[in-house]
Ligand binder design. Structure first.
Ligand code: UDP
Length: 238
């Protein structure tokens, strides 16, 4: 591994919406390929990469429940949506010559592997990009919580959350011109100030297990590699 690379193993959280591009539903193949290239770029310099992908570009349990569906059924559909996104990312990664494995928290063995922690670590050690699908496998959770959980389980050095803004702000920078970007925050500050970084379960898991979290703008090409080199891109929560 080149000496300027600071991380051995990371967990990247991509929201389902990250895959939509400018559309309001589904997957934009161009966006998917661009994200896949960035992931491969850091894998090729020796970083072991796990990815948790959300499903909000297809279904969210909460939204389905608001429209009258049973919440657990809605959450199951949301989890299945994350599997579809992970399969799409696996395809994009493999088209670009990388090795990837989708591992699901719910059994769908005709489609992908089950999440088995020790096997996941083996994939990472072998340089395969592990795509952790179906969230935690339980309703009433989110893929943010799943990302924190998987990061801890596989012993990642860093949890990364890809967003459309360049970090965490004191207020919505689109609405409030005085909004300030934080370079660093503590887990406690995120929870107390109710900053919309990740849900509280995810932040509490990171805090209790001392895993640093970085929020960065995925729209800027090369950001993932910059972070791997230790550059202070976005906001660090630690
Ligand atoms: N979900 C769930 N349990 C989990 C993770 C996800 O039930 O552990 C469901 C939930 O309905 C959620 C949907 O899957 O709304 C999609 O996940 P999420 O909203 O976290 O996706 P993102 O916002 O990251 O695209």
């Amino acid at each position: 591994m080149p000496t300027d690379i600071k991380y051995k193993r990371i967990l990247l959280k991509l929201s389902g919406e990250a895959l939509m591009g400018d559309a309001d539903y589904g997957i934009d193949p161009k966006v998917l390929t661009r994200l896949a290239k960035e992931i491969i770029e850091i894998q090729r310099v020796g970083v072991q990469v796990g990815v948790v992908i959300g499903g909000g570009n297809i279904f969210r349990g909460e939204g389905l429940a608001a429209a009258g569906m049973d919440r657990v059924t809605g959450d199951n559909m949301g989890m299945l949506a994350t599997v579809m996104n992970a399969l799409a990312m696996q395809d994009a990664l493999e088209k670009l010559g990388a090795y990837a494995r989708v591992m699901s928290a719910i059994k769908i063995n005709e489609v992908c592997e089950d999440f088995i922690r020790r096997r996941a670590i083996r994939h990472l050690e072998k340089g395969r990009i592990a795509l952790f699908a179906a969230g935690t496998g339980n309703p009433f959770f989110t893929t943010d919580s799943a990302a924190a959980l998987r990061a801890i389980e596989v012993g990642a050095d860093l949890l990364l959350k890809a967003t459309k803004v360049d970090g965490v702000y004191s207020a919505d920078p689109k609405k409030d011109p005085t909004a300030q970007r934080y370079e660093k925050l503590s887990y406690g500050e995120v929870i107390q100030r109710n900053l919309q970084v990740m849900d509280t379960t995810a932040i509490a898991l990171c805090r209790d297990n001392k895993i640093p979290l970085r929020i960065y703008d995925m729209g800027v090409g090369g950001n993932l590699l910059r972070i791997m080199k230790g550059e202070p891109v976005g906001t660090l929560v630690s």
